[in-house]
Design a binder for this molecule. Structure first.
Ligand SMILES: CC(C)(COP(=O)(O)OP(=O)(O)OC[C@H]1O[C@@H](n2cnc3c(N)ncnc32)[C@H](O)[C@@H]1OP(=O)(O)O)[C@@H](O)C(=O)NCCC(=O)NCCS
Length: 177
């Protein structure tokens, strides 16, 4: 894991005036994050993610939280958003993912978290981020384009986007306060 300095939690007032707190995931959050995905709808929309079947979903989630740098959006202590980026090796091009729970979409949270993750990637020395998205998921594409992701490769049902990040000369220490 690359070292990241940030002052947590980050506060965001969403489009409905709700106070959203954004902070890194800790192991104690697993049950709460699982709960968010158990009630997440629709499941299986993005290349089968989040998995529809409970055991597969559990396995997927365990793998994400152990391999990705994970941030959570919470509202009144409840997890309502999750974004992840594989920062284990900033020399590689890590994959980005984001899911916002129904009831909290279209309120700016996804855009805010994506731009925040871009800053974290920059701090960690990461040069490029990529993701795949369905071409029909125009809302997600809008969010990614607002954060300066660009399409890569040909037009298909599933498309790849990448975000080039200006390199940073030195690494910084992580401070999850
Ligand atoms: C996609 C997702 C992460 C976006 O997060 P969000 O918090 O809902 O998005 P935001 O409110 O920050 O921004 C939505 C933007 O898309 C626009 N939008 C909404 N519906 C749209 C649509 N059908 N087509 C195009 N743009 C749309 C909004 O107007 C807004 O843009 P604006 O700020 O310029 O007005 C979230 O909706 C989500 O989790 N969806 C389900 C799972 C998913 O698709 N994840 C992405 C996997 S790649």
């Amino acid at each position: 894991m690359s070292e990241i300095t940030f002052s947590w939690p980050v506060k965001y007032k969403d489009g409905k005036g709700r106070s959203i707190l954004i902070r890194p995931y800790t192991d104690e959050d697993f049950a709460g994050l699982k709960k968010m995905y158990d009630s997440f709808e629709p499941k299986g929309i993005e290349a089968g993610i989040p998995p529809v079947e409970a055991q597969t979903r559990d396995k997927w989630l365990r793998s994400i939280v152990s391999n990705f740098y994970t941030i959570l959006a919470t509202y009144r202590g409840r997890i309502i958003g999750h974004a992840g980026l594989d920062l284990s090796n900033p020399d590689l091009c890590p994959e980005y993912l984001i899911f916002i729970k129904q009831g909290f979409r279209d309120c700016g949270i996804g855009t805010f978290m994506t731009k925040l993750m871009k800053k974290l990637a920059h701090q960690s020395g990461c040069k490029k981020i990529w993701l795949t998205v369905r071409s029909a998921n125009t809302r997600a594409i809008r969010v990614f384009e607002k954060a300066q992701f660009q399409f890569k490769g040909g037009i298909d049902i599933q498309r790849e986007m990448e975000l080039l990040i200006k390199p940073r000369s030195s690494r910084v220490r992580r401070k999850d306060t």
